[in-house]
Ligand binder design. Structure first.
Ligand code: BTN
Length: 240
């Protein structure tokens, strides 16, 4: 475990450690980040009291979109152990409580000569602070402090996430996608919902989320056709 008080981004740091040969399972944790990043290079606000960690993985084969979802499932498990909450996953990488985002997961793949050399899974959870600290986005976000009415122990919460992720990841490596994808489907708030999303090319599309494929793509039916969305195809998605 590599623990820091303040870094620019655990994701950046873990990525450069992986490039220098850090082994699978290397974890980078920080108390705050000055340049925390989310999907599409969006800023990830990282005040003290939050959990910010990145984990280096060296998977045997290519299974990209599922990494963020498996990370989100580990966060869901760890939140459930903190109290009477019903966290869910909002495709492709959000963890939500009562429709508000409490955490996000970023999976960054790195390739050498066309083959996947490592993946960094970055996890950010709003823990022990008030959502008002998140500024403009605070209306759509929540924190564990707000949802539980008390703080969590950051070290045991973090260990809960890492323990759950390790179990899910080794089961996934051993047994393949089906079991973990089935569990993710059961926790996905998006399924069966009418959604609107902004595509990579900038068009707004509305449709119904009908399923999650074995590789983690979301199946959305729009007028007359079914789109198979990978996380990188979607800038943002809202459940209506
Ligand atoms: C998202 O919702 O877009 C994903 C957010 C991921 C944030 C985490 S915090 C730890 C790690 N370091 C970063 O800079 N980002 C990830």
């Amino acid at each position: 475990m590599n623990e820091y008080r303040k870094v620019d981004s655990t994701q950046k740091l873990a990525g450069s450690m992986a490039l220098r040969g850090a082994p699978e399972g290397t974890v980078v944790v920080a108390t705050t980040q000055s340049e925390g990043r989310g999907r599409y290079s969006r800023r990830w606000k990282s005040p003290q009291g939050g959990l910010f960690l990145s984990l280096v993985l060296k998977p045997g084969r290519e299974r990209a979109p599922l990494f963020a979802l498996v990370g989100a499932l580990a966060v869901v498990h760890a939140i459930e152990n903190e109290g009477e909450l019903a966290p869910m996953i909002r495709w492709p990488n959000d963890v939500i409580i009562n429709g508000k985002k409490v955490g996000g997961v970023l999976a960054t793949g790195s390739y050498a000569g066309g083959t996947l050399s490592h993946v960094v899974v970055g996890i950010g959870v709003n823990c022990n602070f008030n959502a008002s600290k998140l500024g403009r986005t605070s209306g759509r976000a929540t924190t564990l402090f707000n949802a539980l009415g008390k703080s969590v122990d950051l070290v045991s919460f973090r260990n809960g996430i890492l323990g759950s992720f390790a179990g899910l990841y080794s089961g996934w490596e051993r047994e393949g996608d089906l079991k973990v994808v089935t569990e993710i489907r059961g926790r996905l708030s998006t399924l069966g919902r009418q959604v609107i999303y902004l595509s990579r090319s900038g068009s707004r599309v509305e449709g119904k989320a009908r399923g999650l494929s074995r590789d983690g793509s979301l199946l959305v039916s729009t007028s007359g056709r079914t789109a198979r969305l990978r996380p990188e195809d979607v800038r943002w998605i809202r459940e209506l």
